[in-house]
Design a protein around this ligand. Structure first.
Ligand code: NOJ
Length: 681
């Protein structure tokens, strides 16, 4: 036994090599560019991270705190250090890319408190070429069965050796993640929901997030009590203050760092999915990516209502949307407001929703048959208003009904303040829980598992942040989890700002697919007396189908608005939603992004680009195309006078012949974009 820093070390084992006990424990990515060092100068486990030899995370604390166990920070022994490496290919059933490579080096450090009650806590670290994950585990151990975790000590002390700016939203916000992103110097971030992304002056980009959040509490980052650029994990507690109540063996979600030397490096990272477990649902060929329209935008435009006042989900309107879908080849029609419970203040009365009874003017049997005859599926909708107890009570019957009607996809909704997820405690008292609490996390997953039993996919609105669980549960097909298009509807007086979509790309979208519902063509609502509008050009709306990835993409606007611009609408008809490859070609967090994606079925390439506040010129090298092959590029771009404010409808549709050695140089307007389909000639 000897002293390790100020910590007593009794045993260190390494699989293959001799280990110097006084040395810090180092682990590098397979390409050796990322190096994490575990050290413990303050009697608690500490880590730091370097990228290409540059320190990016200074010594930061690690550890969990329990309610009845002594803290790890005192009289800890290092019981064992074990290492492993892993290199495996796996396939996504649907996704932004088909072939995935999970390649990492791993170290597991077992820390032990030997005084009574003794216990072991493992810190597992996986380092990939695109980032790393840190997870806590407690193996099954004698005399310890149930534990309550009250805090997570994990810190992220961003190094102050380069000027660093952060793009983030506030953590523990009552509106969940539905906020406007803000740029601040890193030292001014007080709280943040994740993913939060940092841009350093030396070009290094870092994003902090979480992976595999299951039966655990989600975290936000807080600076409270720490100076400089230090942030620490704060898990959303149950209403009694405990963060996680669990039985051993336990494993936390992963605390993740994505690190790259460019903004596009972050976008091309698969870290979050790679830290999740493989598919547990077996054959998932019943999950279908695709495009859908719906009885939806009409409510957000306030032409119809969810409840009976001016009921939108009536037979006639649903049939009209089915006809629209059938004519243009969309797969489904979302129907919101078909079920009883929307009258009165539905935001406050989730307990009265019925998930099986329809309004009298919605004939479910007739409409599912009408759709089936035309090859269009009804997409179901369950709005809970946060009353997950009412939902849980009806869930089995609700999904049975949908299965009977041939529904393959359900959009769920949890419109409630962040800390208003309904629970009744053991005495029957109402408790309101955080949506990111362990309770909330489990309730969201309950619907996904219950749906999977009936081969139904789930698209969650007002969700818990995406942490890559779609790998394990591929029927969790999409989610909201940020301000979507609805914030720019006539119902809202604060439309999404001009750079919102670009900000999503570098933050929210790092976590996974988003059901943003792009594709509004009536951008200015001139016929409606409203201050609201969609702050973008029309070409930007097309680009979003490529830029904001989701395996299900909505075509939300009115048929007449699309048919007014048939030439532009053609892109929405052509663009697929399932990809064999996705490459972020060019990007800068403040100015633009350019994505190229290859369609999984047709193998055609599609390109989408958007700008933020300022107009910009981008040059796209086409070297991702097959060399020696001629292509027709069908280009939908901003016109020369386009500008979101003064000329949003100025777009140009043109064709150019290109080969892989060409580059395309295009101007993007402020709030603009371009979309391209590449057709082999
Ligand atoms: C909020 C969702 O994001 C929106 O899409 C839906 O229409 C309403 N809730 C009603 O459920």
């Amino acid at each position: 036994m000897r002293t390790f820093g100020k910590l007593t070390v009794c045993f260190v084992s390494l699989l293959a090599s001799t280990y110097l006990l006084a040395d810090p424990i180092e682990i590098s990515s397979p390409d050796t560019r990322i190096k994490l060092t575990l050290d413990n100068p303050e009697q608690v486990a500490m880590y730091s991270v370097a990228f290409n030899g540059v320190r990016v995370i200074d010594e930061s604390r690690l550890g969990l705190e329990f309610d009845t166990l002594p803290n790890m920070g005192e009289s800890v022994t290092l019981k064992e250090v074990s290492r492993d490496s892993h290199d495996e290919q796996w396939e996504q059933p649907w996704g932004e890319r088909q072939q995935m490579r999970e390649h990492y080096n791993e170290v597991v450090v077992a820390l032990e408190r030997t005084d009574s009650p003794a216990y072991v806590l493992n810190v597992r670290v996986r380092v990939f070429d695109d980032g790393l994950g840190i997870r806590y585990e407690m193996p099954a151990q004698q005399q310890l069965k149930n534990v309550n975790v009250v805090a997570d000590w994990t810190e992220f002390r961003l190094s102050d050796r380069a000027t660093t700016n952060a793009l983030s939203i506030i953590g523990e916000h009552h509106d969940r993640y539905e906020q406007i992103y803000k740029w601040t110097p890193a030292e001014q971030v007080e709280t943040a929901a994740t993913p939060i992304t940092f841009e350093r002056a030396d070009g290094i980009h870092i994003s902090i997030h979480e992976a595999a959040l299951e039966d655990w509490a989600g975290f936000t980052l807080v600076r409270r009590g720490m100076g400089g650029r230090a942030l620490r994990v704060k898990m959303a507690p149950w209403s009694d203050g405990v963060a996680v109540k669990t039985t051993l063996p336990l494993k936390s979600s992963w605390r993740t760092l994505q690190i790259a030397d460019s903004a596009t490096g972050l976008l091309n990272s698969d870290l979050i999915l790679n830290l999740n477990e493989p598919n547990v649902l077996g054959d998932v060929s019943w999950i279908h990516p695709g495009k859908y329209t719906g009885v939806w935008w009409e409510m957000h435009r306030q032409d119809y209502t969810w409840g009976s006042a001016k009921h939108g989900a009536n037979n006639e309107r649903v049939k009209a949307r089915i006809d629209f879908a059938a004519k243009y080849g969309f797969d489904g029609v979302l129907v919101e407001g078909w079920n009883k419970g929307w009258d009165g203040n539905w935001l406050e009365s989730g307990g009265v929703f019925s998930f099986t009874e329809s309004y009298p003017d919605f004939d479910f049997d007739m409409l599912s048959k009408y759709g089936a005859d035309k090859g269009v599926k009804i997409i179901g909708h369950h709005e809970t208003s946060g009353n997950v107890v009412n939902y849980r009570d009806q869930m089995a019957n609700a999904f049975d009904l949908y299965a009977k009607q041939g529904v393959e996809q359900v959009k769920t909704g949890y419109v409630a303040w962040a800390q208003e997820i309904v629970r009744y405690d053991e005495n029957g008292y109402l408790r309101l829980e955080w949506n990111e609490s362990q309770y909330g996390v489990n309730e969201y997953l309950r619907s996904v598992k219950e749906a999977a039993k009936r081969k139904i996919a789930i698209n969650t609105h007002e969700p818990v942040k995406d942490t890559g669980l779609r790998r394990k549960y591929p029927n969790w097909i999409s989610r909201e989890g940020a301000r979507g298009m609805e914030y720019s509807s006539p119902m809202s007086s604060h439309p999404n700002p001009v750079d919102h979509d670009l900000n999503l790309v570098y933050t929210r979208m790092l976590s996974g697919p988003m059901d943003y519902t792009p594709g509004i063509f009536d951008l200015t609502y001139e016929a409606i007396n409203t201050d609201s509008r969609v702050i973008s050009t029309l070409a930007h709306q097309l680009a979003l189908y490529v830029v904001l990835y989701s395996p299900i993409q909505m075509v939300p606007d009115y048929r007449k608005h699309y048919e007014k611009h048939m030439d532009a609408f053609q892109f929405i008809l052509d663009v697929p939603t399932d990809w064999s490859q996705s490459i972020a070609l060019s990007g800068d967090m403040k100015s633009h992004v350019v994505w190229a994606r290859q369609a999984r079925e047709s193998k055609e390439w599609f390109v989408g680009a958007i700008a933020g506040k300022e107009a910009t010129n981008v040059t796209v090298p086409l070297d991702f195309l097959e060399s020696g092959q001629q292509y027709e590029a069908q280009i939908y771009r901003d016109g020369d006078t386009a500008d979101w404010d003064t000329s949003p409808f100025d777009y140009v549709v043109e064709r150019r012949d290109v080969v892989s050695s060409d580059s395309l140089s295009l101007r993007i307007a402020a709030g603009g974009g371009f979309a391209i389909r590449m057709l082999k000639k």
